[in-house]
Design a protein around this ligand. Sequence first.
Ligand SMILES: NC(=O)c1ccc[n+]([C@@H]2O[C@H](COP(=O)([O-])OP(=O)(O)OC[C@H]3O[C@@H](n4cnc5c(N)ncnc54)[C@H](OP(=O)(O)O)[C@@H]3O)[C@@H](O)[C@H]2O)c1
Length: 283
Amino acid sequence: MNIGIIGAGKVGVALGYAFRQKGFSVVAVSSRRQGSLEIARKYLGSDPTYTTDNGRVAELADVIAVTTQDREINNVAQELSILVDSLEGKMVFHTSGAHPASELSPLDQRGCHLGSFHPLQTFPDIESGVAVLPDTYIFIEGDDEAREGLQTLARAVGFDSVIIEGKNKVLYHLSAVFVCNLLTALLYSGEGIMGNAGIDLKPFYPIIKATLKNIESKGPLLSLTGPVIRGDAGTVASHITALEGMELHERVYKALSLVALDISEKRQTLTEEQREALKSLLE
Ligand SMILES: NC(=O)c1ccc[n+]([C@@H]2O[C@H](COP(=O)([O-])OP(=O)(O)OC[C@H]3O[C@@H](n4cnc5c(N)ncnc54)[C@H](OP(=O)(O)O)[C@@H]3O)[C@@H](O)[C@H]2O)c1
């Protein structure tokens, strides 16, 4: 496969690096800014053509990865469909988690095979992306030819590939946001609350890691501990009092404690009285 990359950002460069490591040929890379192309060159070497012309990448490559921000994917597809003479039989994929392959639909009438290839992973920068890709599941969808080609790429650079239907991508991505991005936001909140007591996050890493380990072996339902599942309404009331003046944290605490209450009901750990006491505090 002659691979071209449009969008020299974190995912584009990390994937390009991994493709090259596995023996695939990256023939061209485009981006809007020269600075981004220079960074890409450091990882991908001097063999590929570096350009600000996306059409040039589509001319040189048989397999084209559109690794721009989500909002740019459709624009790039339109641009290629207008500017590039011969696209018949080329495979074009994007790496968005939320959008299906149809985000590239302007290329459908041009005889391209369309797909999406989403590494279920967090890439805060290129280095960490390169480091975690081999342990990453890659979710794939698209037409038959694209799925086949993308599975080959995913097995080479990731841990495994999983096929997903386009209609399920928003729910899939929403779950990823809950377990990754919002988990980060939650830990940021926890760090802020601790900061009021002059404590930093470091001593909390063992409990965070143990929680994740329990979840990996038992699942979230059986891993929950704490005052809600024990029915300690007095402790929950003291937390709510302590959250006075921290309105955003209070809303997060109450909403997630209601989820914990839901778990407690499923595990049948509470008496009716305990459940009602907690519910009235949290609602
Ligand atoms: N970051 C993650 O954790 C992660 C994980 C999985 C999947 N994804 C998905 O991967 C995609 C890329 O994400 P990212 O985090 O790598 O974004 P990013 O670091 O912001 O990189 C996107 C790059 O696309 C380039 N670009 C934007 N519009 C362009 C255009 N019209 N033509 C050519 N290049 C263009 C930008 O180039 P310039 O710098 O030259 O302006 C930028 O460097 C997104 O679809 C995202 O949803 C991200």
